[in-house]
Ligand binder design. Structure first.
Ligand code: GTP
Ligand code: MG
Length: 345
């Protein structure tokens, strides 16, 4: 396949973890939104997607992400539900990921869906880091809004620090029981051998600069070759949801993980009965930092490049299915593409 060293694909970062451990809250802090506030009982029930551009990442991360050091366009975050009944959605989110954040509440520690998430990451061979969240709930914590974790640590009493460390060592112990060697991220030299644990708070944003710094560093360092592949080829994606939109009928919310999709492209989509062959009528892209699940003002565009969340409007999508593959035909034999889609169903 072709490689384009000048254009890199946006890495897909899946956020996984037990219910209520703070996945959506962390993303809200990164993108400056309040998706959590609009959720019934703060329970996520769908997979979300949010494109966070490099300049937003570096604004949030301060000195820990210098945009001049990176040629990745940003990060595409995939939010997943932690409630036990949504295991299909967790697997789907995990399967899309180039890299993942496992969110663990420092008070609650490892819970059933934490372990389930680790099993998914093991199965898919996805590299990940651990966000040890809710550090602000440590007794005696002295919050340092938005600061890197080192600065935050320095501002704590000895007692608060050792209370937190105790919790973090419990997480490191649980990781080891699951077969992973892990450590405080600043002690990790080789992130391919050791998993970094990043203490964070989605309430005070402490440690979020570190989390973004580690993600960007890992993506750039270990995945640059993967990111350079096929960015201009025919698009491939996964349907997140099939939604009725006024003026468009049934539309697809899709995560495009490879290639490009253009207005007018013939696409093949997995359907309830048989693959659907149709033509893209409109491509609606969420604004930067907007969650596709809640976005109200999409931009109409002629082309979208991976990785991205995009709403596809086309005729005959009523029988399309969440989780189904979407393929752009472009200059390939349509029967081959139909067979490819069928093989994935
Ligand atoms: P599901 O999507 O349902 O699995 O939950 P989630 O992991 O997305 O958790 P969510 O972000 O909805 O947060 C759950 C609750 O924890 C909310 O009430 C948040 O306000 C709270 N919360 C999240 N992060 C923090 C944190 O760092 N500190 C404190 N004190 N509360 C937090
Ligand atoms: Mg959530």
């Amino acid at each position: 396949s072709q490689t384009h060293t000048d254009t890199l694909r946006t890495p897909i970062v899946a956020v996984l973890g037990h219910v209520d451990h703070g996945k959506t809250s962390l993303l809200d802090k990164v993108r400056g939104s309040d998706v959590t506030g609009g959720e019934a009982g703060a329970i996520t029930q769908h997979i979300g997607a949010t494109a966070v551009p490099l300049d937003t990442v570096s604004q949030m991360a301060g000195a820990l992400v210098n945009p001049d050091d990176f040629d990745l366009p940003g990060l595409l975050f995939i939010d997943t539900p932690g409630h036990h009944s949504f295991s299909t959605l967790r697997s789907r989110g995990g399967a899309l990921a180039d890299i993942a954040i496992l969110v663990v509440d420092v008070n609650d520690g490892f819970q059933p869906q934490t372990k389930e998430a680790i099993d998914i990451l093991k199965r898919t061979g996805t590299p990940f880091i651990v966000a040890a969240n809710k550090i602000d709930t440590t007794p005696g914590w002295n919050p340092q809004e938005g600061e890197p974790i080192q600065k935050s640590y320095e501002a704590q009493s000895q007692r608060a620090r050792s209370k937190l460390d105790e919790k973090l060592y419990e997480i490191i112990g649980e990781m080891s029981e699951m077969g992973f060697s892990s450590d405080f991220y600043w002690r990790v030299q080789n992130f391919q051998k050791n998993i970094g644990v990043v203490p964070v708070s989605a309430l005070t944003s402490e440690g979020i600069p570190d989390l973004l710094g580690v993600l960007m560093g890992l993506s750039q360092r270990y995945m640059k070759d993967e990111m350079a592949i096929d960015v201009a080829g025919p698009g491939a994606g996964t349907v997140l949801e099939v939604k009725e939109e006024r003026g468009f009928g049934a539309t697809l919310d899709v995560v495009l993980y490879d290639g490009t999709i253009r207005k007018g492209d013939t696409i093949v989509v997995g359907g309830a009965n048989e693959p659907i062959v149709t033509e893209v009528r409109a491509l609606l892209q969420p604004r930067p930092n907007a969650e596709i699940r809640t976005e109200k003002r999409f931009n109409k565009v002629d082309e979208v490049a991976a990785a991205a969340g995009v709403k596809i409007a086309a005729p005959d999508l009523e029988n399309a299915m969440a989780g189904a593959p979407v393929r752009v035909v472009r200059d390939r034999d349509i029967d081959d593409v139909i067979a490819e889609v069928q093989a994935e169903l």
